[in-house]
Design a protein around this ligand. Structure first.
Ligand code: AHR
Length: 517
């Protein structure tokens, strides 16, 4: 959880040093103009669509009342799923969806969520307020949701209060095509077809809510559990081990040193960026403080990657930013009305999302997947509903920031030189395909508009178009009365002698598509 994040800071970005060395001499800045050079031949790696993945936990009104309203609900639904949510999420494209937690995962017993709904046991959600859940949203409902969204399911298994046998049987239940008792049970419950779930989390935050373990204890359990998590019907499980909360070197060192040969396929790091104010009441200083902290996320990813790479075959482990986003001071009244950790998403949140998504492009060679927390009604969500009973469902500013980054998916990230790498400098990333370069610029300053001047040596820009997400009020948001107040708009951009120029207002996110001759 947010309060457990380490406050240690890691100074010195080697990336920053090498970039400034690359800026040509005489490439001086003015107060309002920021210069960039796109090096289209300097490839970083593919922008995996999985960088834009998501997380849904049994927490507040994320699942119950958010994604799942039940078949008999007066709220418009498709087979019990909130129709508006499905429509919006499908339109955006959800590469991977992780479920059922979070902290909830290590207290979830999958058998509680299969079979006839009336017979499912009612359980207390001990982590998120002690309310009783009826288990009506279980494995079948989750996989069906993923199919409706076109998302890959990612199941987080229970290590903290579960057993190797329980998790092993969940894998078999999901993936064994036929013939075994568990496969027959799945068929009897409505799915003769195996679910073919590839991604499996082996615990969650086992240094905290997932059992409060030392790294060495968790490593021993990881080794034990992983022995029993096998391939069925050609679906080889991709096992994700619990990694650090924030930039915790000690956890990674302790875990990796205790593993020997049995390396995980993925390693899950969580990094929330806290905030000092309520979501819609940020002061200027606190906006800057929160946004400047994204530099630490970038440094922590690079550092964790380097640590893994230092182990034999460590390079093969996919680093996953499994939970990320801003975690503000949530008003109690909002939680009571809308659900636990229901957090409004403002212009500031969109800028934070843009900073994160730019980091993923720049570190495309270091990351495997990134899941923002969470998809609906919890923390930095993509959609907000008017509480679990509410008919209204809006796309947040964060949804629209993700929409602006969609054109980067599956393109090749390339390096962009910038003259300023300070934490509140304009953030940039670029990716290329055969005839196009896509750039995203984020201005995290609340008090300075910037003019962007960007060169493309070696490329021949032909035409250019841009979209921007911005509002003059950083506390502004998409309300149920004014749901599209902050949405992407066409933004003026020009090509001047092959250089791109656009005005980037304070606290904005812009994506520019450059057609290349
Ligand atoms: O996303 C909310 C919580 O944050 C998750 O349950 C946990 O993994 C993290 O601490």
């Amino acid at each position: 959880m947010g309060s457990r994040l380490s406050r240690r800071q890691f100074v010195g970005s080697t990336a920053a040093l090498s970039l400034s060395a690359l800026i040509p001499r005489g490439f001086a800045s003015t107060n309002s103009t920021q210069k960039f050079v796109v090096r289209a031949d300097s490839e970083i790696g593919i922008v995996k669509p999985e960088f834009h993945s998501h997380f849904a936990e049994h927490l507040g009104s994320c699942v119950y009342g958010g994604l799942w309203v039940g078949k008999k609900s007066p709220i418009a639904n498709i087979e019990g799923y909130r129709k508006q949510a499905i429509d919006y999420l499908k339109e955006l494209g959800i590469p991977v969806l992780r479920w059922p937690g979070g902290c909830f995962a290590d207290d979830y017993h999958w058998r509680d969520g299969i079979g006839p709904v009336e017979a499912r046991p009612k359980r207390v959600n001990i982590h998120w307020g002690g309310y009783v859940e009826d288990g009506s949203f279980g494995t079948h409902e989750f996989v069906r949701l993923c199919r409706l969204l076109g998302a890959e399911p990612y199941l987080a298994g229970n290590v903290g209060s579960g057993s190797p046998r329980e998790l092993r049987e969940w894998v078999e239940y999901c993936n064994m095509p036929s013939g075994s008792t568990l496969a027959e049970e799945r068929a009897k419950n409505g799915s003769p077809e195996p679910f073919r779930v590839r991604y499996w989390g082996v615990g969650n935050e086992n240094w905290g809510c997932g059992g409060d373990m030392r790294a060495e204890t968790y490593a021993r359990l990881y080794r034990q559990f992983s022995v029993y998590l096998r391939e069925y019907g050609g679906t080889k499980p991709f096992l994700v081990a619990c990694g650090p909360g924030g930039p915790d070197r000690q956890w990674t060192r302790g875990f990796m040193d205790s593993l020997d040969e049995r390396l995980p396929d993925g390693y899950s790091m969580h990094y929330y960026v806290g905030g000092a104010d309520q979501p819609t009441g940020y002061t200027a200083d606190h906006v800057s403080a929160q946004l400047a902290n994204f530099k630490k996320v970038e440094d922590a990813i690079a550092e964790q990657r380097a640590m893994l790479d230092g182990y034999r075959d460590g390079r093969k482990i996919g680093l996953i930013l499994d939970e990320w986003g801003v975690w503000d001071k949530i008003p109690q009244a909002d939680e009571q009305h809308y659900g636990k950790l229901w957090q409004q998403s403002t212009v500031r949140s969109a800028v934070a999302a843009g900073l994160g998504l730019n980091i993923f492009n720049r570190l495309a060679d270091k990351l495997f997947m990134c899941n923002i927390a969470q998809i609906v009604n919890v923390l930095q969500s993509l959609l907000l509903t008017d509480g679990p009973e509410g008919q209204s469902c809006v796309r947040t500013t964060t949804y629209y920031a993700f929409a602006l980054f969609k054109p980067h998916r599956s393109k090749t990230a390339v390096r962009v030189e910038s003259q300023d790498s300070s934490p509140l400098a304009v953030s940039v990333s670029a990716s290329k395909a055969e005839n196009e370069i896509v750039l995203s610029f984020v201005n995290p300053k609340h008090d300075a508009d910037v003019e962007i001047d960007c060169a493309f040596p070696g490329s021949n820009p032909k035409s250019v178009k841009a979209q921007i997400l911005h509002d003059t009020d950083w506390n502004a948001y998409n309300s149920f009365d004014n749901p599209d107040r902050i949405a992407p708009k066409i933004h003026p951009v020009t090509l001047d002698g092959g250089r791109l120029r656009l005005d980037l207002p304070r606290l904005s996110v812009a994506t520019v598509s450059v057609a290349i001759a």
